[in-house]
Design a protein. Sequence first.
Length: 382
Amino acid sequence: MQLSSDSSSYRLNANLADNSVVCLMAPTASGKTALVYELYDTGRYELISVDSALIYRDMNIGTAKPTTIELARYPHHLVDIIDPMQSYSVAEFVHDVARLIDSCHENGKIPLLVGGTMMYYMALLDGLSPVPDSDDSVRARVEQWRQDEGISALYDYLGEIDPISHERLNATDTQRITRAVEVYLQTDIPISDWQRKPKQALANNPNQQWHALTVMPDRPWLHTRIEQRLDIMWNDGLVAEVIGLLERYPLTPNLPSMRCVGYRQVLEYLVHIDHPVFEQPHLDKAQFHSAFEVLQSSAQSSLSDGATEALACQQMQNKALYATRQLAKRQYTWLRKVMQLPSTSMDGAIAAYTSSEEGYSIDRNMVVKAFTTMAQARDYLY
């Protein structure tokens, strides 16, 4: 069915009231963008990106970011909002989305949240523990500690001040270990204690009707799509894009932006071939070589046995493909969690969410629907 771009001829599905909030959740490369553009053309929606990679300026190819022309025609909130060396917390995301939802409704539009960062979605739908944001000075202090003594020192300290988190986290999970230490130094309360406090979710707003739509396509089909999209990224110049980022910004290997799938594998490749970009005065070459130290020695051993730079490039592409498939696997896990959330039934009865620890109930005005194809999600929205 072809849609008219004339919004006056368009009628929403009866399930979608004016106070609706629609979340279109699906794994990477599953075809969300085409449906979102079609919906935007009805004139009834505003688009809010739920993607932790699209937030970065100048990271375009490896994030599959819409082109400048596409963004002009189909504007997305929360795209290109920070530089690659900056951080953006889940709490900041939730705060921004709350503001944008209100703005969309005031404009007579339905906010359509689309993207693949499932942790962001769960923060909106299931809630966040009230863990405070890290103070900039505390963050800088902990980062200097990590650089001076390594993540193992922070992990050992975490064992002293928060044994629960210490046991739960992997010793190499730099991001979460660092965050846990920051929270304790700032509040004198272990992050595990903060995480046990009652969650607060935007989806619990009784004045809004939330539609959580999950799309879980056939795995072999998705794997083919992922491979095709990665081929496009390599041909479009992902390696050159990462080199350009290193030339422009004072990046470090442990920044959230440089942990993005695709970018991480290109960084490893550039380190292994000892690319001259790391001679830039604003880069700490030792940090990059330290981050990939074990992998680098393995790669050098292979090269000494006759491997070429072309082979190293192929290894990078293979690792990126594997990492992207693993990302999709994690996204499926998150989607199954979404499908288990309490949901309003179609006859209007509302399921109550009960916290076993706190003993409170929340009436949740949210419908959770699961699909296997984008076409099914489209039928629901029409």
